[in-house]
Design a binder for this molecule. Structure first.
Ligand code: EPS
Length: 386
């Protein structure tokens, strides 16, 4: 399976085409809109989320609530486009609406993108680099999640660190109704003390014209052993998670299990001892590896942690250089989120859901749900008898 997204942040909207998705899965607009609305929430977001009410339009590939096996096209319109029509129009325009943006923001795509594509108006870069693009990645993820649900695989997340505030609920790899609980928190943290401190830190950053990042954790339960493969670099499941998650705007670190901590310990303190129980099959006594060994799922919950840097659009801008005058100036500021970490954790779920669904389909094979389900039953039988 693969997908491609397109769209500018203040253009007509964002769009995604999903290719290779099997037939026979029930998917409704409500399924997708539910995830889209989760992406819009979180304490610390800016004015844009008050303008948008992200809702999907299904343009192809789903008929009467069932996937057809043909490309699925999902479109999410930008309500803000009406305010940007003159600036973002694809038509040739005499009108010089919108001053060319010449003050690159440190940390954003503005400068390297301008250099690479030879744009003198940095808006031509920032519009596509914007995290608005994640809208349709979440739409794609919602379809993948629906697929995984049919095989009792769940994808959930929570924020474990926001700025300097660590959640006390760090490293819970099997919590019931994790998402239900995290969704109740404005910062998607599980313990109330950290939640309060984190919100206070967001308030402080806002006051100072600054921004905040942090770390979230995605937990994927119900994954059978054997997704991904050790035989080739681009088939390794951990590598696929890292690439997909790193491609999310502002993400600067990805860790599987206790990745960085494990690097500081003895091997005997790191590796998860293997057990066997009749009926249950093989299992591990611990899960420090985060459910992936040798580039393959090992049957334990997959635990992925993602570090997101603070958003680079600062109300109190950093020093930069105007690309035309070459004079030292302050970077451009329009409006921005102070902290989009809670939303990022929702986006992370979607990205992980796609990775798992892709690897799952690759392993089981099949073009329609009944076929895949049959093959999965056989594979589970194989695992039980192994
Ligand atoms: C976003 C929409 C954007 C930003 C944010 C994500 O809207 P606007 O640029 O109109 O405020 O809020 O994008 C960025 C953080 C960024 O650096 O571009 C969204 O829908 O998530």
């Amino acid at each position: 399976m693969r997908f491609l997204t397109a769209g500018e942040s203040h253009g007509k909207g964002t769009i995604v085409i999903l290719e290779g998705f099997p037939a026979g899965l029930g998917v409704t607009r409500e399924d997708i809109d539910f995830e889209l609305s989760r992406r819009q929430k979180g304490y610390g977001r800016g004015g844009r989320m008050l303008i948008e009410k992200d809702q999907v339009e299904i343009l192809s590939g789903i008929r009467k609530g069932i996937t057809l096996g043909s490309p699925i096209t999902l479109f999410v319109k930008n309500s803000d486009y009406v305010n940007w029509e003159k600036i973002m129009t694809p038509d040739p325009m005499e009108d010089k609406a919108g001053n060319p943006l010449s003050r690159p923001r440190p940390g954003h795509a503005d400068l390297p993108g301008g250099q690479k594509y030879d744009h003198r108006d940095l808006r031509n870069i920032l519009e596509r680099a914007s995290a608005r693009e994640t809208t349709v990645r979440v739409a794609a993820g919602a379809v993948a999640m629906k697929f995984l649900k049919a095989f009792k695989i769940s994808v959930e997340s929570h924020v474990i660190q926001l700025g300097s505030i660590s959640s006390k609920a760090d490293r819970i790899s099997n919590i019931e109704d994790l998402n239900k609980k995290a969704d109740q928190s404005p910062v998607r943290m599980l313990d109330k003390t950290s939640e309060k401190l984190a919100m206070a830190q967001i308030d402080k950053a806002k006051e100072k014209g600054d921004t905040l990042g942090g770390i979230f954790e995605v937990i994927i339960s119900g994954v059978p052993a054997g997704l991904g493969s050790h035989v080739q670099w681009d088939r390794k499941l951990d590598g696929r998670f890292a690439q997909s998650l790193m491609s999310m705007q502002a993400v600067k670190g990805v860790e599987i299990g206790k990745g960085f901590k494990n690097a500081t310990l003895f091997g005997s303190e790191v590796h998860d001892e293997i057990g066997y129980r009749k009926g249950k099959g093989f299992f591990h006594y611990t899960n420090r590896s985060g459910g992936i060994e040798g580039g393959m799922s090992n049957g334990e919950p997959i635990v992925v942690r993602v570090a997101k840097k603070p958003i680079s659009t600062l109300k109190k801008p950093l020093r930069s250089v105007d690309i035309n005058t070459k004079k030292v100036i302050k970077a451009a500021y329009e409006r921005s989120d102070v902290c989009a970490l809670p939303a990022a954790s929702v986006i992370g779920e979607s990205i992980c859901a796609w990775v798992v669904a892709d690897a799952f389909l690759e392993k089981m094979g099949g073009d329609f749900m009944g076929e895949i389900q049959k093959r999965y039953r056989l594979y589970l039988e194989h695992l039980n008898n192994y």
